[in-house]
Ligand binder design. Structure first.
Ligand SMILES: *Cc1c(COP(=O)(O)O)cnc(C)c1O
Length: 444
C-alpha cells in the first residue's frame, strides 16, 4: 500500500484530500488554494537523461499522485498533455543564455501545458453526467482550455471574456472552435467575468440543474504540470554545464513562476528565480520590502500579466512562510510599457529576434544582468504572432504566424454578447440546455 500524498487548503479550514479530489474541486471549499502536506523531494539521478518532456513530467509528478486513482494513468496523462516540445534555444548574442519556448502548443501560449494536462485528468475523473466548464479569461487561458477540451465527449466549455479588451487574434481564437465550445463576449472587464463565473460556481440551485466546474489557473491540475518544463530544462543544462541555471519568468497571477520555485524546493538544480512583472507593481513592491498590498490591475501591453492581486501569492507564502526568507529566495522587477516597446524594437533590429510583450519584460531583465557567462534561461510565454497589433507598428512588419494559429484564424469565429451581470449568465446557462448536453427530464 502506498501512502497517499494529501492536500489541504492554504487557509487550513478543511480536511485533507487526495490529488484527484483536489483537481476535481479546483478551489478548496473554504476559498483557499490546495497545497500538498509537504513538497516531495527528488534527486536529479531519478530522471532518465535521455527521456522526453513527458518522461520527465511522469518522474516529477509521480510522488504528487501517490495513492490516487489517477496514479496508474499518469504516464498516459503526461504523454497526452505533453505531445509538443518546449525547446531551449540558445541566444547567440548572449553567451550562456537560452530562451525556453513554451508557445509550441495549439493556442501558442504556455497555458496549453496546464490546460491539456487538466483535460487529460478530467477525461479519467468524469462520471456519466454531462459537465460544463466555465472559464473567465483575459486572453490566453480561454483559448488553451477551449483547445484542450474541444470535442471531448460529455464536456461543454463556456468562455467569458471582456469584449474589446483582448487582442483581435485572441478574440478570434476564443470564438473559432464551435462544437462544444461557446464564447461569450461580456460587456465589462475581466474582473466582471471572474465575478460572474464565481457566482455561477457558488450557485447551489444552478449546480443542481447543471453540474459546473472551472478550469481556473489556481487548479493544481494546471499548476503541477507547469513544473515539468522547468525540471526538464534545468536538468538538461545542469548535465551539460554542472551549474544550476537561473530563470527569468514573465509573471502575472504567479502560476508559472511558482511552478519553478516548487521545482527548486524539491531539490532540483535551479539557481536564482526572477519574476518579470509589467507596470502592476504588487510583487515588485513586496520584494523591495513593502507590505503585501493587492491593488486594482492596470492595463499594459503585456495584458495576460495585468494582475493586481496575484492569486498564487497564498501558495508562495505557504512555501516560504517567513517574509525575509521569501524576499531572499526570489526577486521581482517591474518593466513599464515604454521599456517593453524599446526591448521589442532593439532585439528585432539588432538580433532579428521577435518576442511577445510578456516575454519582452523578461528579456529586458536579462539585458540588465552583467555578461559573465552565467547560465540564464528566459521563459517565452507566448508566440509573438499572437500580439501582432503591438509588434507590427513597432517593427514595421507582421510576425510570421505558426501553422496551428493560422488554422484557427482561417476558421470563422463567433461570440454571443452578454451583459456583465450574474443573472444574465445564469439565464444564459439555463437557456442553453441543448448546447450544454442537458437532457430535460421527461414529463410522462
Ligand atoms: C498567463 C500569461 C502570463 C502570466 O502567467 P501567470 O502564471 O499568470 O503568472 C504571462 N505571459 C503570457 C503570454 C500569459 O498568457
Amino acid at each position: 500500500m502506498i501512502e497517499p500524498l494529501l492536500y489541504h487548503s492554504t487557509r487550513g479550514a478543511h480536511p485533507a484530500v487526495r490529488i484527484d479530489e483536489a483537481i476535481a474541486a479546483g478551489l478548496a471549499p473554504d476559498g483557499g488554494l490546495y497545497v500538498p502536506e509537504a513538497l516531495p523531494q527528488l534527486d536529479p539521478s531519478a530522471f532518465d537523461p535521455h527521456g522526453h518532456l513527458a518522461d520527465t513530467a511522469t518522474t516529477l509528478l509521480t510522488p504528487f499522485f501517490a495513492g490516487s486513482p489517477l496514479a496508474a494513468a499518469l504516464p498516459a496523462i503526461c504523454a497526452e498533455a505533453f505531445d509538443f516540445d518546449a525547446p531551449l534555444r540558445a541566444l547567440p548574442q548572449r553567451p550562456g543564455a537560452a530562451v525556453l519556448e513554451l508557445f509550441h502548443g495549439p493556442s501558442a501560449a504556455f497555458k496549453d501545458f496546464g490546460a491539456r494536462f487538466l483535460a487529460a485528468c478530467f477525461r479519467r475523473l468524469q462520471g456519466t453526467q454531462p459537465l460544463t466548464i466555465l472559464v473567465a479569461t483575459s486572453g490566453d487561458t480561454g483559448a488553451a482550455v477551449a483547445a484542450a477540451f474541444h470535442r471531448q465527449p460529455g464536456v461543454s466549455v463556456v468562455i467569458l471574456y471582456p469584449d474589446g479588451r483582448v487582442s483581435p487574434r485572441q478574440a478570434h481564437q476564443l470564438g473559432c472552435f464551435g462544437d462544444n465550445v461557446q464564447a461569450l463576449r461580456v460587456d465589462g472587464s475581466f474582473d466582471d467575468c471572474q465575478r460572474m463565473v464565481k457566482a455561477a460556481l457558488n450557485d447551489a440551485q444552478l449546480q443542481a440543474q447543471l453540474p459546473l466546474s472551472s478550469a481556473n489557473s489556481i487548479s493544481l491540475g494546471r499548476l503541477l504540470p507547469q513544473m515539468s518544463y522547468y525540471a526538464h530544462a534545468a536538468l538538461k543544462l545542469w548535465r551539460q554545464h554542472h551549474v544550476a541555471p537561473h530563470f527569468i519568468i514573465p509573471t502575472g497571477n504567479l502560476g508559472n513562476a511558482l511552478a519553478c520555485l516548487w521545482v527548486r524546493e524539491m531539490g532540483l538544480p535551479i539557481g536564482r528565480i526572477q519574476f518579470a512583472c509589467n507596470a502592476n507593481i504588487t510583487l515588485p513592491d513586496f520584494f523591495a520590502g513593502a507590505d503585501y498590498t493587492p491593488r486594482e490591475a492596470v492595463a499594459t501591453l503585456a495584458n495576460a500579466m495585468d494582475v493586481g492581486a496575484p492569486s498564487n501569492f497564498e501558495r508562495l507564502h505557504w512555501t516560504l512562510p517567513h517574509e525575509d526568507e521569501l524576499r531572499a529566495a526570489l526577486q521581482a522587477h517591474s518593466v513599464d510599457d515604454a521599456t517593453i516597446r524599446s526591448t521589442i524594437v532593439q532585439h528585432a533590429r539588432d538580433q532579428h529576434e521577435l518576442f511577445c510583450p510578456h516575454t519582452a519584460t523578461a528579456m529586458h531583465l536579462l539585458d540588465r544582468e552583467p555578461l559573465d557567462g552565467a547560465p540564464w534561461v528566459v521563459v517565452a510565454t507566448a508566440h509573438p504572432a499572437k500580439f501582432e497589433t503591438v509588434l507590427e507598428p513597432l517593427i514595421g512588419y507582421a510576425p510570421a504566424v505558426p501553422p496551428s494559429l493560422l488554422a484557427m484564424l482561417e476558421r470563422a469565429a463567433f461570440a454571443e454578447p452578454l451583459m456583465a451581470d450574474e443573472g444574465a449568465l445564469r439565464d444564459w446557462l439555463l437557456g442553453a440546455g441543448e448546447f450544454l448536453g442537458v437532457r430535460r427530464r421527461g414529463v410522462g
